[in-house]
Design a protein. Structure first.
Length: 241
């Protein structure tokens, strides 16, 4: 399988969170300094130091949690190419696909000889449950008890992104006198954490564990091959988008 890596949105977010965390630490340090001056010089320094300390603590607390979420997502994204690496060389995996001026960020687009797959990877730990477009998870806490969490709507998210992607490809291929009806994009939500169990019914998109993804791709039942010139054009469009 061939792999094309584009600019990574998740990496950019992680770097941004690091900057925010450092800012919080600096504000806390400035707050300590202000408090010390307040005891020695003037009460105004004490007030300013207190405000800086509290504000810095709020930033540090919020951004540390956000950083953990983005780092977990990044780890999950790295697992998908490894799982698909055994696919034959006729497959091309493009990571971090986005469309200019559109709210469309797809973790992975896999281009095969018969079908395209838009893959949204999630690295949640615990029991994932869902019905239709309603999703959540059950996870054991540090104290041993269970708690529920909300994971948004990954099915709706990937369906919207697939619609944006297909619209863009259809428009560009039509301008090149290529028939956009010769291919289909299938949305898939993949859960990458090995400690995840999946209990999803009536999902509007295919949802599966990472270990099941390679065999699912290989069992593609599309009868019609996508023309080779169409595949090359799609790869070039996505590479340069």
């Amino acid at each position: 399988m061939q792999i094309i890596n584009k600019r990574d949105y998740v990496k950019r977010k992680i770097k941004l969170e690091y900057i925010k965390i450092i800012s919080g630490v600096l504000l806390i340090a400035a707050g300590f300094f202000g408090l010390a001056l307040g005891f020695v010089l003037n009460w105004l320094f004490f007030v300013i130091g207190s405000l800086l300390f509290v504000f810095g603590g709020m930033i540090l607390s919020n951004r540390t949690g956000e950083m953990s979420i983005w780092k977990a997502g990044f780890v999950g994204q790295q697992m998908v190419p490894k799982a698909l690496s055994m696919l034959p060389n006729e497959f091309v995996l493009i990571n971090n696909v986005s469309i200019k001026d559109k709210n469309c960020d797809i973790d992975h687009v896999l281009i095969g000889p018969k079908c395209l797959y838009a893959i949204e990877s999630k690295n949640y730990n615990g029991e994932i449950y869902g019905q239709g477009d309603e999703w959540g998870y059950m996870k054991r806490g540090r104290a041993g008890g269970f708690y529920k969490g909300h994971i948004g709507n990954p099915a709706k998210q990937i369906k919207r992104s697939v619609w944006e992607l297909k619209q863009m490809l259809d428009e560009k291929l039509s301008k090149m006198s290529l028939d956009p009806n010769q291919f289909w994009i299938e949305p898939i939500v993949v859960f990458t954490n090995p400690n995840t169990t999946l209990k999803v019914t009536d999902s509007t998109v295919k949802a599966m564990l990472l270990k099941d993804l390679p065999s699912y791709i290989q069992k593609c039942d599309e009868k019609t091959q996508i023309p080779e010139n169409m595949l090359k054009t799609i790869i070039d469009i996505l590479r340069n988008e």
